[in-house]
Design a binder for this molecule. Structure first.
Ligand code: FAD
Ligand code: UDP
Length: 371
């Protein structure tokens, strides 16, 4: 008899399994994929290059607690992610900032734009594009439309299938305009990568003899066969309830990993393509992992709709008011359940980063499970 059956061996499932096992609980952790780690899974390919199978995962957090918790299972390497976007034939820093302005406009005009931005918002501030769109100033209005058209519009249409204003403003606010010369993609206090990769870190988390791992299994196939007291579910919440309130939409991606004999393919970790190409971004993993090997791998991301009938993976919940209302119907169902807990990006239909999932799982352990 297991104390807990945990569905999904991603970040949320692994953190909960580790916490419960360390409190003496017997846990069965299962995943329908062939590996642990969920979307953060990485592996060494035939050239010895560490690849993020499901797209680039860069760890960043302001939470000392989350950082210290994960530090029990991995050493880290410092890494500050840099992104450039291909705009008008230039490669300019993203988040769009004062350096980007200087690279794109004649000197006198860029000085004027920069002065207006600083006057209106203050040096060091972060302005979401949809907020900048509300501006009532001729120069800033021009700048805002330029950034909207050249950075956000096509990228967002490709990534989500809709325009920026059709999504919750929290989506484009993730990458605000920076009124500074900070070229880093994230400004968090802790910006690090697990020294030996994420999968290695997860395997350390799951090393307790209290944890049994079952891979390649959909939980619905074994539910009747396993004896357990409580269930933790980290898959899609609408699927758990057999879509009784309709299908929640998700976005998916195709990842194409390409090998080159070069030392480096591009000058920074990621280059965004907010233009008419089918793909959104190209990431070269060696920048992230710091590996010193002769060849290199890039990962190209092609967004698409998530289709339940195909073997697509639901990478992103789609944050907007309509979907939030559907989600709430499912959350009401979840609240009626006893001994079933919902945690993570799919089970809570939240656009969580890794650190937010860890924080959420730690909180669930403390407030709901460790009573
Ligand atoms: P998941 O990793 O999705 O794990 C859920 C698991 O449940 C899956 O492995 C799935 O196979 C399993 N499962 C579902 N249904 C069943 C079932 N019926 N039976 C058995 N198993 C089931 N975050 C960052 O902080 N930094 C980044 O740079 C970053 N980059 C990202 C890039 C991409 C392309 C994507 C998609 C996400 C990125 N993230 C990033 C977010 C990060 O991946 C998530 O926050 C994190 O992986 C969520 O963990 P989770 O456990 O909630 O979900
Ligand atoms: N975005 C954009 N252009 C960019 C970068 C981001 O339009 O050059 C928008 C887009 O809608 C994207 C969102 O901002 O989906 C969040 O970007 P982020 O890099 O955080 O996305 P993730 O890494 O989660 O895919």
């Amino acid at each position: 008899m297991y104390d807990y059956l945990i569905v999904g061996a991603g970040f949320s499932g692994c953190v909960l399994a580790e916490r419960l096992a360390s409190a003496g609980k017997k846990v069965l952790l299962l995943d329908k994929r062939q590996h642990i780690g969920g979307n953060a899974y990485d592996y060494f390919n035939e050239h010895g290059i560490l690849i993020h199978k499901y797209g680039p995962h860069i760890f960043h957090t302001n939470s000392k607690r989350v950082f210290e918790y994960l530090s029990k299972f991995t050493d880290w390497r410092s890494y500050e992610h840099k992104v450039l976007a291909s705009i008008d034939g230039h490669l300019v820093p993203i988040p769009f900032n004062l350096n980007s302005i200087e690279m794109l406009f004649p000197i006198k005009y860029s000085e004027k734009l920069i002065a207006s931005l600083i006057n209106s918002y203050g040096y060091g501030s972060k302005v979401p594009i949809l907020k900048l769109q509300e501006v009532n100033d001729e120069d800033l209005n021009f700048l805002s439309n330029y950034i909207y058209d050249n950075v956000f519009l096509n990228y967002t249409k490709k990534q989500w299938g809709v325009r920026p204003e059709e999504l919750s403003s929290s989506v484009t606010s993730r990458v605000p305009i920076l009124v500074s010369k900070d070229n880093r993609y994230f400004q968090d206090v802790y910006q690090v990568m697990p020294q030996n990769g994420y999968t290695y870190m997860f395997s350390k988390m799951l090393s307790s003899h209290n944890i049994h791992i079952l891979l390649n299994v959909d939980y619905r196939e074994v539910l009747a066969l396993v004896k357990y007291k409580k269930l933790i579910y980290t898959g899609m919440i609408d699927e758990y309830f057999d879509h009784i309130h309709g299908y929640l939409p998700y976005r998916s991606l195709d990842f194409v990993h390409k090998y080159f004999e070069f030392i480096n393919y591009q000058e920074v970790g990621t280059i965004n393509y907010p233009n008419n190409n089918d793909y959104t971004r190209i990431t070269e993993s060696k920048h992230l992992t710091g590996q010193k090997v002769s060849g290199t791998i890039v990962t190209i991301e092609y967004p698409k709709d998530y289709n339940y009938q195909n073997s697509d993976i639901p990478y992103y919940p789609i944050p907007n008011a309509i979907n939030e209302d559907i989600y709430k119907l499912y959350r009401n169902e979840a609240e009626k359940m006893s001994n079933v807990y919902f945690c993570g990006r799919l089970a809570e239909y939240r656009y969580y980063n890794m650190d937010q999932v860890v924080a959420r799982a730690l909180k669930m352990f403390e407030t709901e499970l460790n009573q």
